[in-house]
Design a protein around this ligand. Sequence first.
Ligand code: SF4
Length: 367
Amino acid sequence: GIPATPPRPLATRRKSRQIMVGNVPVGGDAPVSVQSMTTTRTSDINATLQQIAELTAAGCQIVRVAVPTNDDAEALAVIAKKSQIPVIADIHFQPKYVYAAIDAGCAAVRVNPGNIKKFDDQVKEIAKAAGDAGTPIRIGVNAGSLDKRLLAKYGKATPEALVESALWECSLFEEHGFRDIKISVKHNDPVVMVNAYRQLASACDYPLHLGVTEAGPAFQGTIKSAVAFGALLSEGIGDTIRVSLSAPPSEEIKVGNQILESLGLRERGLEIVSCPSCGRAQVDVYTLAEEVTAGLEGMDVPLRVAVMGCVVNGPGEARDADLGVASGNGKGQIFVKGEVIKTVPESKIVETLIEEALRIAEEMGEG
Ligand code: SF4
């Protein structure tokens, strides 16, 4: 069989404490996990569980649900119980929902120090409830809802302001012996966000949840997140990630997983390598690459498939690929590990590649 591409991290990981979000370890030497958030009304239990199932199928490892109302809080117990992956309750204004989420068996609770002034008086009680239940807390600072005191002090949501807010909230929990914490300091500007996380990374040893908030529609949000997470993860900073897109949440998971694969932080899944095409191309490379991608979608095997526009350089350029095609003269040379194994008419390229991919996948014992 063909061995999987081994992970090759760019940097030594920052040393962080490890917490358990349900059965998913976050921090320490645990693999960087990918999470998303549902967009359904949490009180609509069926719709929420359906979306969680879709997210799980897309490779989501932890899911967060919003808890703005009492109905949502009441839905948590069933959702936490039936979800295939750990559920984090996202709570902003109402401390009472924190207790509800802990009682409901949520894997963690996210609180926003900027939105819950009332929390400060209740930290002792929350720390006790969370500590007794073994429920970690994410302290999730957000530029858009920064603590007013810090906004006044710094004038705007600077990296220093975000970090001070997070560490202040941590200190309140620490006073009560509670350290089962992870932190996020999100901003919509990747530069501010990267600086905030760098400062946070050197100021504490809590695991960090990376996010660029309000990253935008899919194209812009994907790039902003990839650039920001890439900068931080390549310095060993970041223990779990959430890509925020104004797009269906399973898109966030695809992007998140792709970022980790690109950085060598996760074993590569199916990877389509296609040439950019040039004046030598004898086939419409873009369409062919899209058809091959669509045909192989959902194959969960570490396979690198090359789609090349011509036979001049095709096989040579794609020698690292497991499987590929180089087109020319209305035909496609199908090659495996750089060796041409057969030539098929152009109309048969996609189906032949799929057949060969399945054959290789079967050889790898995962087909
Ligand atoms: Fe150009 Fe051929 Fe290289 Fe594609 S494989 S970029 S068509 S030379």
